[in-house]
Design a protein around this ligand. Structure first.
Ligand code: PDD
Length: 288
């Protein structure tokens, strides 16, 4: 049995990892999480993930139970268990256990800290090039989507509706604007301009989104952080979805209609190569 879990100070195999039924994460979805990709045993953009974790914790009235150095030690020790493989590291902090089931929480409560690492098999470039299908749906979520909360029922329902429609992702529309996917950020290309919605309470500030913008800046790809209307989406030359585990995927069909010329676009090809080279540099242990 491999040691793939960290739970409240212990490293143990998943079979032995148990939490209480009084945990507020279990009862209320009262907690936050991160998903951090690991390439060649190296954590990708760890500092950005920790910063977002701090922001999410602050957003739900918690303080981080660990300093960044402590987090780093815990997460590096856990990922070292799987050697220098590519991994997806899941980290979750819930408010902890309360014997009385009350929506309001008591002050003296110890958080539950859980992390699990798993081998990550990202799609090859050829697989990615085959693209995905997406549908648009009205966004029924709350107004704090920038918090990476474990309370994901609306996202789960949206992704399920997409799957029922034969698609892999749902693009959410709020007040006439496309904001993000059920579990990914949104980019479009229009007349060679790469566009993603600006950060706001309507979307999660994705770490992959941030890297894509940074790479666009470094390599002279024109980009803008601007609102994307439902019409912009329909007439886009390219649509991409980004996330830590799926990386950057081209959407080739939207609501059953072809996107652009129906193939992965030129700018997606360029960005994907840039992204791959970041991963390769990290695998060699280079600082990004
Ligand atoms: N989800 N928006 C939402 C709603 C997400 O759930 C995610 C990622 C993103 C992309 O963020 P990042 O680039 O930091 O992964 C955007 C993760 C992967 C998940 O829930 O498994």
């Amino acid at each position: 049995m491999s040691i793939d879990v960290y739970l409240n100070g212990e490293f143990l195999p998943v079979e032995e990892a148990k939490i209480s039924v009084t945990d507020r994460g279990f009862l209320f979805g009262d907690g936050v999480y991160e998903v951090i990709p690991v390439y060649g045993g190296h954590l990708f953009q760890l500092q950005h993930h920790l910063q977002r974790l701090h922001n999410s914790l602050r957003g739900i009235g918690m303080v981080s139970p660990h300093t960044d150095d402590e987090w780093k030690q815990i997460l590096m020790r856990l990922t070292a268990q799987l050697g220098d493989s590519d991994q997806a590291l899941y980290l979750q902090v819930t408010r902890g256990c309360t014997d009385v089931r009350d929506h309001a929480w008591p002050q003296d409560i110890e958080p539950t800290i859980y992390a699990r690492t798993k081998i990550l098999k990202t799609p090859t470039i050829e697989e990615k090039r085959r693209g995905i299908h997406a549908i648009t749906l009205d966004d029924p979520r709350w107004e704090h989507c920038s918090i990476k909360a474990i309370t994901l029922l609306a996202n789960v329902m949206a992704r399920h509706e997409a799957a029922d429609a034969g698609a892999q992702e749902a693009i959410l529309i709020r007040d006439g604007a496309a904001t993000e996917g059920a579990a990914s950020n949104l980019f479009i290309v229009k007349e060679k301009l790469l566009i993603t919605p600006p950060k706001s309470d309507s979307l999660l500030p994705g770490i992959t989104r941030e890297i894509v913008l940074e790479l666009a800046k470094q390599h002279g790809i024109p980009y803008a952080e601007a609102s994307i209307s439902a019409d912009d989406l329909q007439s886009a030359d390219e649509i991409w979805m980004s996330s830590s585990t799926k990386e950057i995927l081209p959407v080739l069909k939207l609501n059953g209609q072809r996107v652009g010329n129906g193939a992965a676009g030129k700018i997606w090809e360029e960005m994907t190569l840039l992204y791959e080279s970041c991963k390769d540099r990290l695998r060699k242990g280079e600082q990004l």
